[in-house]
Ligand binder design. Sequence first.
Ligand SMILES: NC(=O)c1ccc[n+]([C@@H]2O[C@H](COP(=O)([O-])OP(=O)(O)OC[C@H]3O[C@@H](n4cnc5c(N)ncnc54)[C@H](OP(=O)(O)O)[C@@H]3O)[C@@H](O)[C@H]2O)c1
Length: 244
Amino acid sequence: MSGRVLITGASSGLGRQLALTYRQAGWQVWGCGRDGERLQALAHEGITPLQFDARDSAAMAEVAAGLPALDLLILNAGSCEYMDLAQGFDGALFARVIETNLVATGHALAAFLPRLASGSRLAIVGSAVSWLPLPRAEAYGASKAALDYLAATLRLDLQGAGIGVTLIRPGFVQTPLTAKNDFPMPCLVTVEQASRAIMSGLAAGRHQIHFPRRFIWLLRLLGALPTGLWLRLGRILISKGSPS
Ligand SMILES: NC(=O)c1ccc[n+]([C@@H]2O[C@H](COP(=O)([O-])OP(=O)(O)OC[C@H]3O[C@@H](n4cnc5c(N)ncnc54)[C@H](OP(=O)(O)O)[C@@H]3O)[C@@H](O)[C@H]2O)c1
């Protein structure tokens, strides 16, 4: 199967790998990001680069106006910053992460949803973090948990229009985003493994795609523990200096 796909956050990491693999599979690909140089490298691979800041709703609307109908829209752009509550609750960090991960997703929906017709699919990249409250993830976790709800409610409201909605919840993937992490990342997968899991899940029309399986089961199990027990375990995690 091939078609037209637009991917936000395609200049790096997971989005870049998805853009390259869809292109290799014969899709027409639009890859979005801010970094001109990395977008140019994508253009050399036959991907049409679209440069804008996802927090800029007007810029996105302008770009969307020039696009044809899409078969697949993958809203993947995002950032991660951890909070250090010993320094107080960092309101500016919180606003930054929510703006990039959540508010910008709203701007993207306003701009690009009109490009999706019956039979097409919208995919939103959340995170496995929303299965379990993890230390220092106040901003990142809240932004991704909000995306879970957003995807679920869009799934209900878009079914009448024949548009499928997939929520993608990766565990740890080896990308520039996780390269900054200074804590152990269990079950870390490569971008190639992640993009294979995502592409096969999307081709199968799954409502949710989550991987790697062992890590997801662990998070779900821990997430089902009574709060008191998780608090005690969380204390141990924090004493070892680790978040998500
Ligand atoms: N890596 C993981 O372990 C993991 C796990 C779960 C979920 N995720 C999610 O997967 C997605 C991709 O993450 P990644 O690990 O591939 O990170 P990454 O390598 O840092 O890539 C992030 C991408 O998002 C784009 N982006 C960020 N802020 C933007 C903005 N304001 N406007 C436009 N584009 C923006 C970046 O573009 P520019 O650099 O060009 O600005 C880049 O292409 C994120 O939503 C992340 O939360 C990742």
